[in-house]
Design a protein around this ligand. Structure first.
Ligand SMILES: Cc1cc2nc3c(=O)[nH]c(=O)nc-3n(C[C@H](O)[C@H](O)[C@H](O)COP(=O)(O)OP(=O)(O)OC[C@H]3O[C@@H](n4cnc5c(N)ncnc54)[C@H](O)[C@@H]3O)c2cc1C
Length: 373
């Protein structure tokens, strides 16, 4: 192929660079690390067994992406990276009242059917009493009942991104911090300018997260991505070993998950129309904290350590945008992962890298094609 430049070094771009470097390509990853890049703020829930809404249209991609983690972790270990922040801790789907309790069996059936159909990452699914749930996650409210889904995992976006970048570097990739400006000549991009240096490119992958629209505009290609702001709280629970506590999900869009040693993460707002505003706001904190304490009032005495803000790259139809950019011969898009990029991103990045390499991709990517807009 020659040389490939990946613009954007969040989890998606880092995964693409890693795949290309492992394939022996000459690859340069350029990342501006904008304030609010999503990978640094994302929660990292990977839980295909707890879906209670109709399956998202990108479900085939999600199922493949969860399975891909099982290939990726050993690949990263081969490349010297074992600190990936990926761990299977299980999830509790909690029901606060009778109506929610009545739906747990339906969720359980759905999870078991998906598992029987070969979806990985679900594991054992069992019904728990409220008391049993509380032994697994002590700050929990007196919930009516819960489902425990053993295969759910969490990934720390910062650590996974760092592992992918370090592994790519070890395989020969060059990683630069800076603003990348692709240079278009006719139907091709011939290079990328970074801080006055021109880097020649035979192919370019644009993985600019919430900033992908501007990259498209500079090349005369519409990339309809809007930032969706998320504020997420990091609480420290004194004296608790939170490392093995499960993820807690309820019948709403908020959640709790834990990281070692004493951290509980409470998320998150979904603020459409936010623009690139990365301020923490009183309303955002109230929303995330209110939901966290409703489900787990025992967290009231936790220390509020940190508030992270991330801009999710949202597409108009909620689906990722993966594939060759319309009207350009050698430019590929890998963006639009919205609230699911920590789950989907490593696979998406690798799949788009395979498109660049001309290697067959083991999933039909046509539903995610940039041509659909
Ligand atoms: C609060 C919150 C909770 C979340 N929870 C989950 C979850 O539980 N599960 C899940 O799967 N996902 C979750 N997500 C979503 C996930 O974090 C994102 O979908 C994912 O991180 C997007 O990755 P990305 O690489 O596309 O973008 P980003 O991580 O935003 O990276 C894009 C990078 O491109 C760079 N860039 C852009 N333009 C240029 C340029 N011209 N030159 C150089 N660099 C450039 C930017 O500076 C940035 O560093 C969550 C997100 C948020 C905010």
């Amino acid at each position: 192929m020659g040389s490939v430049v990946v613009v954007g070094g969040g989890i998606v771009g880092a995964a693409a660079a890693h795949r290309l470097a492992r394939a022996g390509e000459s690859v340069t990853l350029v990342d501006r690390e904008d304030a609010g890049y999503a990978t640094a703020a994302g929660a990292g829930i990977i839980s295909p067994g707890t879906t209670y809404r109709p399956a998202a249209p990108f479900y085939p991609l999600a199922a493949r992406a969860v399975a891909y983690y099982q290939d990726l972790i050993p690949q990263l270990a081969e490349d010297g990276q074992t600190d990936t922040g990926h761990e299977t801790v299980g999830a509790l789907m909690v029901a606060m009242g009778d109506e929610e309790t009545a739906r747990l069996d339906e969720i359980r059936r759905g999870a078991e059917e998906r598992r029987a159909a070969g979806v990985v990452g679900i594991g054992e699914v069992s019904r728990l009493t409220g008391r049993e749930a509380k032994t697994l996650f002590p700050p929990l409210a007196d919930v009516a009942a819960a489902l425990h889904v053993g295969g759910s995992a969490r990934v720390d976006g910062r650590r996974m991104r760092a592992a992918l970048r370090a592994a790519a570097t070890r395989r020969g990739a060059r990683v630069l911090r800076g603003d990348a400006r692709p240079v278009r000549e006719g139907h091709r991009v011939t290079g990328v300018v970074v801080g006055g240096e021109r880097i020649a490119a035979d192919a370019v992958i644009l993985a600019g997260g919430a900033w992908s629209g501007a990259l498209g505009t500079a090349l005369g290609v519409a990339v309809p991505i809007a930032p969706q702001k998320g504020q997420i709280l990091h609480l420290e629970v004194p004296g608790a070993d939170t490392g093995r506590w499960p993820i807690v999900l309820g019948f709403h869009s908020h959640y709790l998950l834990t990281f070692p040693e004493r951290r509980v993460v409470a998320g998150a707002t979904r603020e459409n129309g936010s623009g690139y505003d990365v301020r923490t706001t009183a309303g955002g904190v109230r929303e995330a904290l209110g939901e966290a304490l409703r489900v787990a009032p025992g967290l009231a005495t936790a220390t509020l350590r940190e508030i992270r803000v991330g801009l999710r790259p949202a597409s108009p139809d909620g689906m990722p945008i993966l594939g060759r950019a319309p009207g350009l011969d050698n430019v590929y898009l890998a963006t639009g992962h919205g609230p699911s990029g920590l789950q989907l991103g490593p696979y998406s990045g690798a799949a788009v890298a395979d498109l660049v390499l001309g290697v067959p991709v083991d999933l039909d990517l046509r539903p995610y094609s940039p041509d659909r807009f």
